[in-house]
Design a binder for this molecule. Structure first.
Ligand code: BGC
Length: 746
């Protein structure tokens, strides 16, 4: 139960109706300027134009502040809001805490590779606790855009290509951030973003328009968002780009029809940064006043720092174009959330507590555990891994081997300085007696720098290496490798090569990395490749010639330890890919859940889709190896037939047939054989990660019913479950072969 204090009154607030009553009382005392203020999120930094934050807050002109990460300043600004503004409504402090605040966890794509919802849930709970102790109330996460085009840089921020896995990871993150009650002072508000379709930009080019049929929207893009609404997510963020020619931040269909009317969402929607004003640049709004009007009409509650609302809404009301009631409708959920959070009774952060919270050793243990569970073993020929700890001379080579920035990865918290255990440091810690040498080889950098590079002072701002310096670094790396008994190559992409404004046409290893890998492999020593990257890479040559490959993604603060734990066998890898790995950038978008077509592979009329290289993935969705082996058998469906609306149970035995303990992810796929619309040849509809001792067998059960067997049909123009027959497969990846049929009857 919250108690609130304002103007000498104290009110107990616990039920929905009490919250609503409190909100009405507040609205009754607020001026129009203050109401509009609640819809305005001010940017506390130089790159967000607009009047000084303090001045806006003092007159009640701000509901929220972003891009500030300073505990003392939070309290200073809050004091102005609470003590000086007319109605004393506290501010919400917002910041992107995407995969950790101080303790950095694996990037979301990596967390999805764990196929274990406990990983994102526990990680985001720690992130929430640290961020909240710093004074942050609200994070702009999780990003739950389904992404099937690996060229799109923001694929790193999501859970990959699949709506079922994506929904599970989205819900787990919401639980981690928010807990079971937004009044919990150790948690933060979550924000499901970017609503909707952002992952489908033309050509994978960030911000470019998105064209999606209703079938794709309903069956692929929207399910994770709907799942977060069910899970009680407090806020949504509208996307930047045009969805079917209407900017997402001015999109009534998305925000009014789908989100509120169909799903019953009761929280509020914030725009992406500057997105309301951007509707002018995008060629949608006539001017900023028109942009503000379009945002309100579309149901967008909060304007993230474009100030189009703050500047124009009062005039739109005065001119009779908008009513006060329309403004109040959008203010209500913002006030309700502030009330429910207990912000009125606890507006300030305890400045003395932060250091203690950040120093908790268990946070780093959770980060190491999360990183261990997120890595995917792509290849292990001849059992090269795990390595022995009695190695004498090991060379660790590559531009990312000792890069804290690449280890912590994309989307650092504003103002955070990377402080990770690198792969080099992790290996050195495991081999105190050995000689562990290191050479970075030539540097890698983007051909075209991003705007964010100027914001984030880092290595990337150094002048580029000259060709001669790069050549010297190349030769030094080869010589370092030559002197060793075993080489660990750490290659991939720097943090700013994936993320926002970080799309690329090619998925090859950037720079001279593959050339260096070949030169080192030519030395004839055992080579292990560790990848640090935020998107699938087309590592075709390595896949063929390098015996052991570990996909470590961007594993976070404890990443180097986690890599070493796996390389030396203290931890048996069990992660699985949440995205297909294309052989070429030009094969994107590439995903497993495609439709069959009239000329499927294996048919008499089969036509290769390209004649210059088949677009089959290098590594399929759901794939990942272990130091042990597993066998799936005894697939059973509880009944061969079921009626529409009933449920069946699918069970399978999974055995550890190898020598060491390990973890396998049992994955269930379905295919509707015929019906109103063509359906994908496989769709994930269940998964479970299980631990097995050598020789142990466990039975895994899944449940199938309307939720799993229904789909949004173009022909029926709605959700349907049909009488038809389904293929069911269960196995360790999306190529699973163990099969059963399931018939659905009237
Ligand atoms: C990004 C959002 C982010 C926002 C605030 C935008 O550029 O698209 O994902 O939450 O900035 O930092």
């Amino acid at each position: 139960m919250n108690t609130m204090k304002r103007s000498g009154t104290e009110t107990a607030v616990s039920t929905e109706s009490e919250v609503a009553a409190r909100v009405e009382t507040l609205l009754g005392q607020m001026s129009l300027v203050e109401k509009i203020g609640q819809l305005n999120q001010v940017g506390g930094v130089a790159f967000a134009p607009g009047p000084k934050a303090e001045d806006q807050i003092r007159v009640g002109g701000a509901g929220s502040v972003l891009w500030v990460n300073d505990t003392k300043r939070f309290n200073e600004l809050q004091k102005i809001a609470v003590e000086e503004s007319p109605s004393g409504i506290p501010l919400l402090f917002a910041l992107d805490v995407i995969h950790g605040y101080r303790t950095i966890f694996p990037v979301p794509l990596a967390m999805a590779s764990s196929w274990d919802p406990a990983v994102p849930e526990k990680s985001q709970a720690v992130a929430a606790q640290e961020a909240r102790a710093a004074g942050i109330h609200w994070t702009f996460a999780p990003m739950i855009d389904i992404a099937r085009d690996a060229r799109w840089g923001r694929i790193v921020e999501g859970a990959g290509e699949d709506p079922y896995l994506g929904s599970a990871m989205a819900v787990a993150q919401v639980r981690g951030f928010q807990g079971s009650d937004i009044a919990d002072p150790e948690r933060v508000l979550a924000c499901a973003k970017h609503f909707a379709g952002y992952g489908y930009s033309d050509g994978g080019r960030d911000y470019d328009p998105v064209y999606l049929s209703e079938t794709q929207l309903r069956n692929i893009v929207l399910p994770p968002f709907a799942a977060t609404v069910k899970a009680g997510v407090a806020t949504f963020m509208s996307a930047y780009m045009d969805l079917n020619d209407v900017p997402a931040s001015g999109n009534r269909f998305l925000m009014r029809q789908v989100l509120r009317e169909e799903w019953g969402f009761e929280g509020f929607v914030v725009s992406d940064a500057f997105a309301v004003g951007n509707m002018l640049i995008q060629g949608h709004a006539r001017d900023r006043r028109d942009a503000a009007l379009r945002g309100i009409k579309a149901g967008l509650n909060m304007d993230m720092s474009s100030y189009a609302y703050a500047e124009n809404l009062a005039e739109l009301v005065a001119d009779g174009v908008l009513s006060v009631a329309e403004i109040e409708e959008l203010v209500r959920p913002i006030l309700a959330i502030k009330v429910k959070m207990g912000l009125f009774e606890r507006p300030y952060v305890d400045e003395n507590r932060l250091a203690e919270v950040l120093a908790q050793p268990e946070n780093r243990q959770t980060a190491r555990w999360a990183a261990q569970r997120s890595m995917v073993l792509l290849k292990n020929e001849g059992g090269l891994l795990p390595l022995k700890t009695n190695l004498q001379k090991v060379a660790v080579i590559g531009p990312l081997a000792d890069s804290m920035e690449a280890t912590e990865g994309s989307w650092m918290v504003f103002g955070h300085t990377p402080a990770a255990v690198t792969v080099l440091a992790g290996i050195r810690a495991k081999l105190p007696q050995a000689e562990v040498s290191y050479a970075p080889g030539p540097e890698i950098r983007r051909d075209i720098p991003s705007w964010f590079e100027s914001l984030m002072a880092g290595e990337t701002l150094k002048p580029p290496q000259t060709a001669a310096e790069a050549e010297a670094a190349f030769q030094a790396a080869v010589e370092t490798a030559r002197a060793a008994d075993l080489v660990v190559m750490v290659l991939g992409e720097t943090a700013l090569m994936a993320g926002e404004a970080a799309s690329r046409a090619s998925l090859d290893l950037p720079g001279r990395q593959e050339e260096l890998l070949k030169a080192v492999a030519d030395l004839g020593k055992p080579v292990v490749l560790v990848l640090l990257n935020g998107r699938p890479l087309s590592i075709n040559w390595a896949a063929e010639h390098i015996p052991a490959i570990l996909e470590a993604w961007e594993p976070g603060t404890e990443g180097g330890h986690a890599v070493a734990d796996i390389l030396f066998g203290e931890v048996n890898p069990g992660g699985k890919l949440p995205v297909s790995f294309p052989r070429k950038g030009s094969h994107a978008p590439l995903y497993y859940a495609r439709n069959l077509t009239h000329s499927p592979e294996g048919s008499q009329m089969y036509n290769p889709r390209y004649w210059d290289g088949l677009p089959v993935p290098l590594y399929p969705f759901g794939f990942g190896l272990s130091y042990t082996t597993f066998k799936f058998s005894n697939l059973k469906v509880s009944a061969p037939q079921m009626k529409v609306g009933e449920r069946v149970t699918v069970s399978v035995d999974v055995a550890n047939t190898g020598e060491v303990a390990g973890e396998e992810v049992a994955q269930l796929y379905i295919h509707q054989k015929w019906g109103s619309d063509s359906r994908p040849l496989r769709e994930l509809k269940g998964f479970e990660r299980i631990a097995l001792q050598p020789g142990e067998t466990k039975t895994v059960t899944f449940s199938l019913g309307s939720d799993e067997l229904s789909y949004w049909s173009t022909n029926a123009n709605g959700w349907i479950q049909e009488t038809t027959t389904f293929d069911i497969w269960v196995g360790g990846d999306s190529l699973a072969t163990l099969h059963a049929d399931l018939e659905v009857v009237e």
